[in-house]
Design a protein around this ligand. Structure first.
Ligand SMILES: [Zn+2]
Length: 225
C-alpha cells in the first residue's frame, strides 16, 4: 500500500476543543449578520453621499472616494454575511445566501442610473465616474456572491452522515471537501490536515462531502447535481 502512505511531515491539527455549541454558533452568526447589515447601511450612506457630491461636483475626488469606500464596505459586509451563513446555514433560500450580491447591486446601480440620466454634469467627470462606479459594482458583486452556498438541509445531512464518526471529520488546508477517513487517498498529499466537528468544517467552508469517504458521490447522484 505504498501509494496510500501519507507524507511523513503531515500534521493533523485538532481543533475539536474550539467547537461551539449550537447556541454559541447561532449567536456568533447573529453578531456577524448584524455587523454585515450595519456595514451595508454605511455603504448605502456612501452611495447617497456620492450622489449628493456629484450633483455639486467641483472636484472629482470626494465622489470617487465615496464610491471606493462604498465598495469596500459592501465587500467586507458580504464576507461577514457569508461566514454567518456557513456557521448557521439558512433554510434553503437562494436570496439569503446571495443577499450580499443583491446589496452590492443596490449600493451602485441607483448611483449609476442617476449619474447616466443627469444632464448637468461635465461629460469628462461623468465618464470617469461611470467607469469607476461600474468597476466597483462588478468587484462588489463578484466578491459578494457565495460561490459555495449552504442550506440547513446540507448541514443536517452532513450531521446525519457524520453520526457514525462521532460527528467529526477531516479537511485539508486548500479544499472545499470534508472527509470521514483521515487516510482518505485525496487527503494523503496534504501537508496540513484539520480535525474537527462537522459544524466546524462547515464554518471553515468545507461543505462538500468527499466522493471517496463521505458519500459525496452518492449524494451528487441522488441530488441530480
Ligand atoms: Zn475523503
Amino acid at each position: 500500500m505504498a501509494e496510500r502512505k501519507a507524507r511523513e511531515d503531515r500534521v493533523i491539527t485538532d481543533i475539536r476543543d474550539q467547537a461551539k455549541t449550537e447556541s454559541q454558533r447561532k449567536s456568533a452568526a447573529r453578531s456577524k449578520r448584524i455587523v454585515a447589515i450595519i456595514l451595508w447601511i454605511l455603504a448605502i450612506g456612501c452611495e447617497v453621499a456620492a450622489v449628493i457630491l456629484f450633483k455639486k461636483l467641483v472636484v472629482l475626488w470626494p465622489c470617487l472616494l465615496a464610491l471606493i469606500v462604498d465598495a469596500i464596505l459592501c465587500i467586507v459586509a458580504a464576507q461577514f454575511w457569508k461566514k454567518a451563513n456557513h456557521i448557521d446555514p439558512p433554510a434553503g433560500k437562494f436570496w439569503q445566501n446571495q443577499f450580499g450580491a443583491f446589496m452590492a447591486v443596490l449600493a451602485f446601480a441607483p448611483f449609476i442610473l442617476i449619474l447616466l440620466t443627469s444632464k448637468d454634469v461635465d461629460p469628462k467627470f461623468k465618464k470617469i465616474l461611470t467607469v469607476v462606479a461600474a468597476l466597483c459594482l462588478v468587484a462588489s458583486v463578484g466578491l459578494s456572491i457565495d460561490y459555495n452556498p449552504v442550506t440547513i438541509d446540507d448541514l443536517d445531512e452532513a450531521e446525519l452522515n457524520a453520526l457514525g464518526y462521532g460527528g467529526e471529520c477531516y479537511w485539508a488546508k486548500y479544499s472545499k471537501s470534508y472527509h470521514f477517513d483521515p487516510d482518505c487517498p485525496t487527503l494523503l498529499r496534504s501537508k496540513e490536515v484539520f480535525h474537527g466537528t462537522i459544524e466546524q468544517a462547515f464554518e471553515e467552508g468545507r461543505t462538500d462531502p468527499c466522493d471517496f469517504c463521505a458519500g459525496g458521490k452518492e449524494q451528487k447522484e441522488n441530488g441530480g447535481e
